[in-house]
Structures are given as C-alpha cells and as structure tokens.
Ligand binder design. Structure first.
Ligand code: ASP
Ligand code: MG
Length: 408
C-alpha cells in the first residue's frame, strides 16, 4: 500500500497541529503503508510573506517571489519531519527540487512538466516516510530556478506525486469533513457527500467551492488518481472523488454552489455584423482576462446586438476600459457594468440522463421572485447569474427544491 497524504495550512497551523499530523502519519506508516506526506505552509504564512514583499516593492519580481513563497512549505516540511523523528519514525524532508518536480518557467503559476520520483521512491522503499514541501518545483529552462504552482498548489503537488508514485490513494487532509451538497455556512442542512465524480468535483471546484484547487482535480481526472478529502481533526471517512459510475447517475443534482466574484458587462447596441464578437473577445483575451459566460441578443429589427459577458470581479475595470474603447470605435451605444452579481449553479452527472432539471431550477428561483440575468448550461451543470443580494437565498431555495438534505 502506497499512500500520499496532503495536509493543508490549518492542519499544520501550529506545533500542536504538526504533532497531531505526525501521529496520524506514524499510524499509517506503522500499519505497513509506504507514506509520502505533502504539506502546505502553516496557515496564514503565504499571505504574510506576500505582504512583506508588497511592503518592499509594489510589483515584486516574480522569480524572487517564488523563492520567498516556497519557503513557507519548507518550514512545515522540516518541522513535520522533525516531529516524526521525535516519535521514532524515520522521516526525511524533500523540497520540490529534491523530489524531482520539474515545471515550466512561468513564475508564481508554473505548470508541472515532469516528475522524476526516483529518489522519493527509494526513500519509501527503504521504509522512510517522505515529507514533501508542497506548492513548488524547479524550472526546466536554463538555471533550474525555484518555481511555485499557484495559490493552493500543494493539492497539485500531492495529486501529481500520487500519479508519479502510482499511489493507491491520495488523501487530502483539511479543516472540513469533505465535500458538501452546499456551503454549510449558507445551508445548515447541507450534507457531506460520500462520493462524487471527478467531473462534478471539477465543476464545484471551479464554481467556487474551495475544498480543492481546480488544477489538482483536473490532474487527478486525467491520470485517474483516486482521491479522498477528509478532516485532519477527526476520523470521519470524508468524500471519495472517483470515476463516474451508474450509481452516481441516479442522483439528479449533487451540489449547489455560488460564485460571488464575477462582474457582468454588456456591450450595448453594437452593429450586427460579422467580426464584432471576435474583436471584443480577442481584445479581452489579449489583455489576459478570462471570460466565463457569454450571451448575445440581436434586436428585433435585426440591426444591432447586445453582448453580455462575465469576468472575475478583480478584472472588471480592465474589461470596462477595453469594451468602452471598442464601443466608441464601433459607434455602439455604450457599456453597461453590473458588479453586484452572483452565479449560482447546480451540478450533477445525473443531468446527462434526466430532463427537466433546468426548468425545475428556474421554477424554484421564480417562486421566490429571484430574477435571472443570464443562463448557461453544460452537460452536468446549470448556472444562473442573479443579483448578489439573493445569492444565499437562491442557494437555500435550490438545495431544498432538489431535496439535497436527504441522503440519496
Ligand atoms: N501555501 C500556498 C498557498 O497558500 C499553497 C497551498 O497552501 O496549497 O496558496
Ligand atoms: Mg488549500
């Protein structure tokens, strides 16, 4: 049995917590499993380091940022290895470089290119526990500089190592008991799911349920890494994330989520002719902005078009500038921007084989007088953009309408 266990920031947030982690790891090791442990920085540490850099420089150099930020994980890796040794477990810490994680050169958001896990494997074969500093690697180009994998990147380290080591299971330990049908802070009746498919988890992760970093789920899906999300504070079994099966399809909707960090822009009264959307979105993309939903409407007389789209709230100023410039160029009527919007979504693989899910969602919202501003659908998801002030209400209403409080 080869296990990868990943412990997040709150799980290693103090020496007491680190000792608790070491106890859990030592139990697994003593039961005969080979254990590779990936740790995050102690909670708040990455933010603290970021603030230090921002105090010195408004736009800190990204190569230096990576060296700085990678240190948080090194501290917790070394402390965890020490705690294990104190308990009589032979443990050894590894940085990203030492466990062979090679990335591209995109500092602060590097992508993993290859992993040469030979050294790690040898340590595990010798019966050592390997404690790995998450969130980091070294760049393949040139000098092998330290890189980091983007915020929340220790999840990716764990999943990628689990794939490279062909682990039997990758356990993600965090401060919640698993993946819920909705945010329990919004819906007290929310239920912990026993199992969920990679696809559903991907939708939930990217729609704003913050349990797992999106890229780590993509990676797990691609390489079929069996994952479980569970709490490091108790022994509850957690939520398994696996390949979709027939049982899962019987459930219409698995979860409801809400993303409050988007803005809606509308290019009003643009001429209805070929090339307008192309120009708008190539300029938006050219500025590095990621667009989520897009809706276009042609006026009844067929002469003009309104194009609405959403971008992350932090990018809305840039998007307004770009769209405004284009509106003037095209002689369009102008740009409308609405910041106080939220996207509520229902997710479930059962939607592939059942009809009427979307209309049930619209019904539930209508019955509470919640107006829908935009709609988008995929095979396993329906999202509605609504006024932010109804976001929590909408999540509760949908949770109830689909009976999510009851076990499937
Ligand atoms: N310490 C990094 C962060 O806070 C990576 C991680 O915790 O996964 O984003
Ligand atoms: Mg995290």
């Amino acid at each position: 049995m080869l296990l990868v266990q990943k412990y997040g920031g709150t799980s290693v947030g103090s020496l007491e917590r680190i000792r608790a982690v070491a106890r859990r790891v030592s139990e697994a090791a003593r039961s005969g499993a080979k254990v590779a442990v990936v740790v995050s920085a102690m909670s708040g540490e990455t933010d603290r380091l970021l603030r230090l850099a921002m105090e010195i420089s408004e736009r800190p150099d990204e190569r230096e940022m990576d060296l700085l930020l990678s240190s948080g994980e090194r501290v917790s890796a070394a402390l965890t290895a020490l705690a294990l040794r104190q308990m009589g477990v032979t443990a050894r810490s590894f940085t990203g470089r030492q466990c062979g994680i090679i990335t591209d050169g995109a500092h602060t958001r590097a992508r993993i290119e290859t992993i040469s896990a030979g050294r790690l494997m040898r340590a595990l074969d010798r019966g050592e526990v390997a404690v790995i500093a998450g969130f980091q690697g070294i760049s393949s180009s040139g000098d092998g500089d330290v890189t980091t994998l983007g915020r929340g990147g220790s999840d990716l380290t764990a999943v990628a190592l689990a794939a490279a080591l062909k682990a039997d299971l990758c356990e993600i330990y965090t401060d919640v008991e698993g993946v819920y049908t909705a945010d329990p802070g919004i819906v007290p009746e929310a239920r912990k799911l026993d199992r969920i498919s990679y696809e559903e988890m991907l939708e939930l992760a990217s729609l704003g349920a913050k349990v797992l970093q999106t890229r780590s789920v993509e990676f797990a899906k691609k390489y079929g890494v069996p994952l479980v999300v569970r709490s490091s504070f108790n022994d509850m079994p957690g939520t398994y994330i696996t390949k979709e099966d027939e049982e899962m399809e019987k459930v219409l909707v698995s979860g409801v989520t809400c993303d409050k960090n988007q803005s809606k822009l509308t290019l009003l009264g643009a001429p209805d002719k070929p090339g307008i959307a192309s120009r708008l979105f190539s300029e938006i993309a050219g500025a590095g902005l990621v667009v989520d939903m897009i809706v276009q409407n042609i006026s009844a007389d067929g002469k003009s078009a309104d194009i609405s789209f959403t971008v992350p709230r932090t990018d809305s100023r840039r998007a307004v500038e770009i769209t405004g410039r284009l509106a003037r160029d095209l002689g369009a009527r102008g740009v409308d921007v609405k910041e106080e919007i939220s996207k509520v979504s229902i997710v479930g693989v059962g939607m592939r084989t059942h009809s009427g899910v979307a209309s049930k969602m619209f019904d539930a919202l209508a019955s509470h007088n919640i107006n829908i501003l935009m709609i988008s659908t995929s095979e396993i998801k329906v999202s509605c953009v609504i006024d932010s002030k109804y976001a929590e209400l909408a999540v509760r209403v949908l949770h109830e309408a689909f009976g999510l409080e009851k076990a499937a």
